[in-house]
Design a protein around this ligand. Structure first.
Ligand code: NAD
Ligand code: UGA
Length: 367
């Protein structure tokens, strides 16, 4: 069928020993960037995404359009659709899965808890069930989250720190994912690598994240809420630029060992790894806002509120020594540089009221 032809074409590598990668969440922020990077270096990529409306689906379709210009095809489907996943693995002998599909967002978990269970737990298990039965078994790299550190107070966070104090249901489902991965590695010999991303931002980003809606609200003259902790300290995040995260994902894929399960003669333990992918330099949210004010040449209407108990943690800070040692991960983009690129993209994508555009062009900030 035409569908099968498209699936095969998209996932066939163009370089010698290239990978054939199933990217779940390919219409998402991180997924679209990684899919493009893999395709550009000659790997075969097939996307899977359910295009849900957690945030503006037209942005997901725009990312899909961009990918289709680079011959990356995205199958519309859900992680929980077992027959669909099985069919994809029947058509394509995937060497790798880059699993990024999830219900993201920390605070939304209080509004729609079931969506986290469905995508991050049930959907992940469904994917692992299909992967374990596939021949060859793919190596799997998947997105965990800095949120697993929860209320851990070690500073910075290292992979061996405690992760038994999640502050949100989102964090609990990501932590559950790490434990589920352990069992599939142990029983079925699946090669699994978890990546704990730290508040990733950049062009084509997520409209539900603070840097994104702060930009929108500042431009529209609306007030923004800045959370402070209960003891009036600033909340800080180890904001990490998308290009750095993409390099980390590719490095993890490149160093992933083969699974040792079905069909493979190799005995012994399959690989199971977890890495921080952060920026190693936490920035208070107030500083994020002042950088945006500068880039947008507009003062924000700031409303400082004591942090509601909404799943947020007071700070995140990554130690990335392990990812550096194993695949040379080294973040290179500071927050001002990264936000400049985001704002440039934002203005070219959404446009801007003419007055503000003129002002920002005068300062050379906008695209
Ligand atoms: P995103 O929401 O932009 O991308 C996720 C994509 O997965 C979306 O396009 C969505 O439609 C799709 N999806 C969700 N549930 C699905 C399902 N059941 N079946 C099929 N598709 C489904 O989010 P993102 O920022 O690109 O995040 C990618 C991954 O990284 C997620 O696992 C997220 O939890 C994790 N993560 C992100 C950040 C960050 O700051 N962006 C930080 C830590 C971890
Ligand atoms: C982000 C992603 O949304 C999660 O999907 C991801 O798992 C997580 O990073 C992670 O690193 O694991 P978060 O850090 O909460 O979560 O990202 P934002 O929603 O962009 O919030 C950034 C900061 O702004 C937080 O400190 C938050 O408290 C603060 N904030 C948010 C405000 O001060 N005001 C707001 O109105 C919203």
């Amino acid at each position: 069928a035409a569908w099968e032809k498209q699936v095969r074409l998209s996932s066939t590598p163009r370089r010698t020993n290239g990978f054939s990668v199933l990217v779940t969440g390919a219409a998402g922020f991180v997924g679209s960037h990684c899919s493009l990077a893999l395709k550009k270096r000659g790997d075969g990529v097939l996307g899977l995404d359910n295009f849900n409306n957690y945030y503006d689906p037209s942005l997901k379709r725009a990312r899909q359009n961009l990918l289709s210009k680079h011959q990356v095809f995205i199958v519309k489907g859900d992680l929980n659709d077992g027959p669909l996943l099985t069919k994809l693995f029947d058509v394509v002998p995937f060497t790798h899965v880059l699993h990024l599909a999830a219900q993201a967002g920390v605070r939304y978990a209080m509004q729609n808890p079931q969506s986290y269970i469905s995508s991050n737990i049930a959907g992940f298990v469904n994917l692992l069930e299909v992967a374990k039965a596939a021949n060859p078994q793919p190596s799997i790299v998947w997105a965990s989250s800095s949120s697993v550190y929860g209320l851990n107070t070690e500073n910075p966070f290292s992979e061996r720190d405690r992760t038994d104090q999640p502050a949100s249901l989102y964090a609990a489902t990501k932590k559950a994912g790490e434990e589920i991965a352990h069992t599939y590695n142990h029983i079925y010999g699946l090669s699994l690598t978890g990546l704990r991303f730290f508040t990733v931002y950049g062009p084509w980003g997520r409209p539900d994240m603070a840097y994104f809606f702060f930009t929108k609200d500042i431009l529209q003259g609306k007030s923004i809420d800045i959370y402070k902790t209960h003891d009036q300290k600033e909340v800080a995040r180890d904001f990490t630029y998308i290009d750095d995260v993409v390099k980390g994902c590719l490095g993890a894929l490149d160093t992933a060992e083969k699974s040792t399960g079905s069909g493979e003669k190799k005995k012994g333990a399959a690989q199971l790894r977890v890495y921080n992918l952060g920026n190693t330099s936490p920035v208070p949210v107030g500083r994020l806002v002042s950088i945006l004010e500068g880039l947008l040449s507009t003062k924000a209407k700031k409303h400082v509120i004591t942090m509601p108990r909404n799943g947020d943690v007071p700070f995140t800070h990554a130690n990335v020594t392990l990812a550096f040692k194993d695949f040379g991960y080294k973040p290179t983009t500071d927050l001002s540089t990264g936000l400049r690129k985001f704002v440039k993209w934002y203005i070219s994508y959404y446009g801007i009221q003419s007055k503000t555009r003129k002002e920002s062009q005068a300062t050379g900030e906008s695209g």
